[in-house]
Design a binder for this molecule. Structure first.
Ligand code: PLP
Length: 480
């Protein structure tokens, strides 16, 4: 049996580090080893507990109600507020959209597609929700400050208010780290009796503490009239183990359509508040344990640390001539653009080679590709080191020059119709970027700059098709 665990440890060594503060996307590290240990033990202790039936496992009900209560306290929620612990931000968003849709059965029964109005910076989870639940996604371009454009949002809502079931905004947006004008957008929604969801998946555990630290935080919580629901991930800045988010509704009535019961089959009557039915008690217990271990004063301190780190990072980046912070961050996320001398994808590769994971963000409309950095409390003491790594990586990227994509390839890629591509075409395209499928599936080149440069040239639809084909080839069973 120890062999099995040794093998798992070996597999883990190929992964990005989850701790240490140098992985600037995917993971969030408090830097508190003892808290992490408590979280892990709680996950393990409740791994087999089934949250499907809170009467059979009352521990799950108690933990969920306490976690939701703590979240409601943090988010200025009224006494009427109710909530649900979900498996993550995407599930919280999916349920907010599903609930909004199903609160309007008249539309669905009349065969009319409900509308969901969002700024272009909203998280991709809303695209997924619209796709899964058959809503028309109305994407409104943002202003020059990367925040939702209030006038354009009003126009989009008023183009068809009767069919609009939800307006959503971010606090803050993932790509640029800024908070949308929640007060104004929620007022527009309320004027028309439409729900307004605030996606605070990534900022919801930071912004309340930032405000208490005296920082200028735009209003975004339930204190804003017209906000009907909010999503907050615990597995991000509450630093809990993966698999925990909270979806809050201002009233039980707003949550009703989210609850699903099925008695019309020969087995047990199924009753769910989430997409999952059987669900491990592990992530919930891990979240409950970490929230209690860190506590209010602990989160205030972690937020002070990480925001001080963000300030120092932003100042240091502004001092590097080839780099520019895209928008002054309202929270812990920093988007960085490069000038013409420095290829952004080469910069990502160079940082990776010295142990810093930064995430590339492809161009969008007329906005250039950027580098995304999500800071954690554990990153804060390392900011000087990160700035040194950035300065060195910039110098190397400038020296290497721009990634040259053959103009013929550019022309070829731009002419491709993703809908018309078959498996052979995808195999050819993956091989062309050095990712041909071997016995173990497609290989990733050590340097991704050329692949990213090519993807950056492709339309979003082609990028989606190519990446789908890539994942399809990666995810193949390992057989004996
Ligand atoms: C603003 C926002 N919403 C939703 C999500 C989706 O969360 P998850 O990856 O936990 O499903 C994220 C993830 O980064 C996010 O930043």
């Amino acid at each position: 049996m120890s062999d099995v665990l040794a093998r798992l440890a070996e597999l883990q060594r190929a992964d990005l580090p989850t701790h240490g503060g140098r992985t600037l996307a995917y993971v969030y590290d408090s830097g508190l080893a003892e808290v992490d240990r408590v979280g892990r033990e709680a996950v393990a202790a409740f791994a087999a507990t089934n949250g499907l039936d809170p009467t059979a496992f009352p521990s799950t009900l108690l933990m969920e109600n306490e976690v939701v209560g703590s979240t409601a306290d943090l988010l200025d929620a009224p006494a009427t507020c109710v909530g649900t612990v979900t498996s993550g931000g995407t599930e919280s968003v999916l349920l907010a959209v599903q609930g909004a849709r199903d609160s309007r059965p008249d539309l669905v029964e009349a065969g009319v597609r409900p509308r969901l109005v969002v700024p272009s910076t909203i998280h991709a989870a809303f695209h997924k929700a619209a796709h899964y639940f058959g809503l028309d996604l109305v994407v409104v371009p943002v202003g020059a400050d990367f925040r939702a454009d209030v006038a354009a949002t009003r126009a989009a809502v008023e183009a068809d208010p009767g069919r609009t079931v939800l307006v959503a905004v971010s606090a803050p947006s993932y790509a640029h780290g800024v908070v949308d004008p929640v007060t104004e957008v929620a007022a527009i929604a309320a004027e028309h009796g439409i729900r307004c969801h605030v996606d605070a998946c990534i900022g919801g555990w930071v912004l309340p503490y930032a405000a208490r630290l005296g920082r200028d935080v735009p209003p975004w919580s339930f204190a804003v009239d017209g906000v009907t629901s909010i999503s907050v991930d615990l597995h991000k800045y509450a630093y809990t183990p993966k698999g925990a988010s909270v979806l809050l509704h201002r009233t039980p009535e707003l949550r009703r359509a989210q609850l699903f019961a099925c008695a019309d089959w020969p087995g047990y009557t199924m009753l769910n508040s989430t997409l999952q039915s059987t669900k491990s008690g592990g992530p919930l217990a891990g979240a409950w344990a970490v929230l209690r271990s860190i506590g209010d004063a602990g989160y205030l301190d972690l937020t002070r640390q990480v925001l001080d780190g963000v300030d120092r990072l932003v100042a240091g980046i502004e001092a590097l001539p080839a780099l520019r912070v895209v928008a002054p961050p309202d929270s812990t996320l920093v988007a960085v653009a490069t000038d013409d001398t420095c290829d952004v994808f080469t910069l990502v590769d160079e940082l990776g080679l010295v142990g810093w994971l930064a995430q590339p963000q492809m161009r969008y409309g007329d906005q250039p590709a950027t580098l995304h950095l999500s800071l954690s409390a554990a990153t804060a003491p390392l900011v000087d080191e990160l700035l040194d790594a950035l300065a060195t990586a910039v110098a190397t990227a400038v020296a290497r020059g721009p990634v040259a994509v053959d103009p013929a390839v550019v022309e070829f890629v731009e002419a491709l119709d993703p809908g018309a591509l078959g498996d052979d075409d995808f195999d050819g395209l993956l091989a062309a970027v050095g990712m041909e499928a071997g016995a173990d599936g497609p290989a990733l080149p050590e340097r991704m700059a050329e692949v990213n440069a090519l993807l950056d040239l492709a339309s979003p639809a082609l990028r989606e098709a190519l990446l789908g084909a890539f994942l399809d080839r990666l995810a193949r069973p390992t057989r004996a």
